[in-house]
Write a protein that binds this ligand. Structure first.
Ligand code: 5BU
Length: 273
């Protein structure tokens, strides 16, 4: 079976060619968490405070850096410090979608300097393969910095057009850039079900739209639970309001951590047990 989803994170880390993926799997194993906190707060103070209090329970912190009303050098330093202190990666959910030349400028420079601080970014292939080629160039020129790209292969919002041929093309393009493309943002595992899947191929699946107690919101968001996501082959669960907007975010994140980790353990027990 080409799917790697029944192997443990450490088994997958051993054979993986991408150093950032190895680091991510090591963090997940060490902290026993596959939770990605989508920290959609709008001030630096709130963002850093939630990152600090929930940091011990997460593998990755996902940001929308452009929603901060007071972004500055202090935001970047604060994020880098808190990520180091609690040992998690930073993922900027930028959803690049433009011609390659523009995207390189948006990634490397600009006011937000995403490349300097974000371990992971994501991009849509709506504009074609050139966008991934452009980001791949930046990643390959990055010297010591380990940087990864996730291709936005599906979206969780109602009526999303990121389906069918678009999703299939996302997988095909990902295969051409193994040094930089570490996986997908998708609702489920994609690559092992598609043709041309090589035995050594191991894309990491990040799943948004995860919530334990809600089915969706008033603006088209559609949720699944940590358990269904892990059963579908997700590797990392991205949750926002389910955690940070809960009455007690620490209790909530621990609940997501437990649900995600237990579902992961059940999945890997299916082959090794
Ligand atoms: P929520 O509060 O758990 O609904 O937040 C979900 C986050 O994931 C939010 O930052 C979205 O921008 C992001 N997201 C999503 O919800 N659905 C998608 O398909 C993608 C990203 Br891609």
């Amino acid at each position: 079976m080409a799917s790697k989803s029944t192997l443990s994170y450490s088994q997958r880390a051993k054979g993986h060619a991408n150093p950032l993926v190895r680091k991510l799997f090591a963090i997940a194993e060490e902290k026993k968490t596959n939770v990605v906190l989508s920290a959609d707060l709008t001030t630096t103070k709130e963002l850093l405070a939630i990152a600090d209090s929930l940091g011990p329970y997460i593998a990755v912190l996902k940001t929308h850096i452009d929603i901060l009303s007071d972004f500055s050098e202090q935001t970047i330093q604060g994020l880098l410090d808190v990520a180091k202190r609690h040992n998690f990666l930073l993922f900027e959910d930028r959803k690049f979608v433009d011609i390659g030349n523009t995207v390189q400028k948006q990634y490397k420079g600009g006011a937000l300097r995403i490349y300097e601080w974000a371990d992971i970014v994501n991009a849509s292939i709506l504009a074609g393969e050139g966008i991934i080629q452009a980001l791949d160039q930046v990643v390959n020129d990055s010297g010591d910095a380990e940087r990864g790209i996730l291709i936005l292969a599906e979206m969780t919002s109602k009526g999303s057009l990121a389906v069918g041929e678009y999703t299939r093309a996302s997988v095909e393009i990902a295969r051409k850039y193994p040094k930089s493309v570490m996986g997908f943002v998708s609702t489920k595992e994609l690559s092992s079900h598609s043709p041309n899947s090589a035995p050594e191929e191991d894309f990491v699946v990040f799943t948004t739209g995860v919530n334990i107690s809600s089915k969706g919101d008033a603006l088209g968001q559609q949720y699944q639970t940590p358990t269904t996501a892990m059963e579908g082959g997700s590797d990392f669960l991205i949750a926002g309001r389910g955690i940070y907007a809960a009455e007690d975010p620490v209790t909530a994140v621990r609940q997501y951590q437990k649900a995600g980790w237990e579902a992961y353990e059940r999945r890997i027990a299916r082959t090794s047990g």
